[in-house]
Design a protein around this ligand. Structure first.
Ligand SMILES: *[C@@H]1O[C@H](CO)[C@@H](O)[C@H](O)[C@H]1NC(C)=O
Ligand SMILES: *[C@@H]1O[C@H](CO)[C@@H](O)[C@H](O)[C@H]1NC(C)=O
Ligand SMILES: *[C@@H]1O[C@H](CO)[C@@H](O)[C@H](O)[C@H]1NC(C)=O
Length: 280
């Protein structure tokens, strides 16, 4: 038993050591980052200084949110590297790391923070009376919002805050990058208007608005009713026409005697010509 226990103990030590080894490899105490983090800036230059000059550097690059930034890849042996961010905004914000290809590879992290961007999934939504509709907003950036709020804009531009599950009328679902508001049992009078999704993060606030239109159930039927009405009118016209046509046809048959009338007028003309010639 004792003999078998030893390999397990050995394996355990290897696992523990490799954990230390990995922890050391991921963030290096020998890297000085300037600045420590980026907040409230419009532009920034990130720098990493690998102060341990004895370690041989086989190359370096930067990553953003874990993805390698291809343009920063280099096979030079620099111990000091920079990465410039021309515009700090929700688009460029994120978790940046400098990576030195040493043995083992070392890196350090700089967080670049900006106000998040919030956009409505659709700026205009519509639903039918008594139906439910879901409005959604999405956030981009780093850090993502820590809180979401929904308001309805009143006609005087004041806001009425909407809370979750108010009498089952509203339902709110939040994640850091998305919020949804469902408006249930739509009312033609009360529910149309502008809804605002508002986000708060430790770097600022952002919002967007969505217009909701509510159609009456009847309105949804109008095109269908129009077609039905057209068909009824057409059928009625055809029916009346057919009914009237039958007596007309009998009259038409009597009119067959109109041909002789025409020939009469022709003979009248002849008579006129004859008379004219005679007068000459
Ligand atoms: C990097 O750090 C070392 C040690 O602190 C320092 O002497 C050197 O000037 C730094 N390099 C740059 C480019 O800041
Ligand atoms: C709103 O209420 C529903 C149901 O009670 C719940 O699942 C959801 O997490 C709540 N949302 C918020 C933002 O509290
Ligand atoms: C929101 O975040 C989750 C998890 O990080 C991700 O899977 C999803 O794609 C994100 N959604 C949007 C709209 O960015």
């Amino acid at each position: 038993m004792k003999r078998r226990g030893n390999p397990w103990l050995f394996a355990g030590i290897v696992v523990v050591l490799s954990c230390f080894y990995r922890a050391e490899a991921s963030t290096d105490a020998n890297i000085i980052t300037v600045p420590g983090e980026v907040i409230n800036k419009t532009a920034a230059t990130l720098s990493c200084n690998l102060t341990d000059l004895s370690s041989k550097v086989g190359g370096h690059f930067w990553t953003k949110n874990g993805k390698v930034i291809d343009a920063t890849k280099s096979d030079k042996g620099d111990h000091y590297i920079e990465h410039e961010i021309k515009t700090v905004d929700y688009h460029s914000a994120g978790i940046y790391s400098c990576v030195f290809l040493t043995e083992p590879q070392v890196n350090a992290t700089i967080e670049v923070k900006a106000k998040p961007h919030v956009g409505a999934y659709k700026h205009s939504e519509h639903g039918n009376e008594n139906d439910n509709v879901t409005l959604a907003c999405v956030a981009h950036g780093y850090p993502l919002p820590t809180d979401w709020f929904w308001y309805k804009l009143n006609e005087d531009n004041s806001k009425t805050s909407i809370s979750n599950n108010t009498g089952e009328k509203y339902g709110i679902q939040n994640t850091p990058n998305k919020t949804t508001l469902s408006v249930n049992n739509l009312d033609m009078e009360k529910d149309p208007g502008f809804y605002v999704c508002h986000s708060v993060s430790d770097q600022g606030e952002a919002e967007d608005k969505i217009q909701l239109r509510v159609r009456s159930r009847l309105a949804a039927l109008w095109p269908f009713l129009g077609i039905v009405a057209e068909v009824i009118i057409l059928v009625t016209i055809i029916f009346i026409y057919e009914k009237r046509r039958k007596p007309d046809e009998i009259i038409d048959d009597d009119d067959s005697g109109s041909a002789p009338l025409k020939s009469n007028s022709a003979t009248n003309h002849k008579d006129k010509n004859v008379r004219q010639r005679n007068s000459n």
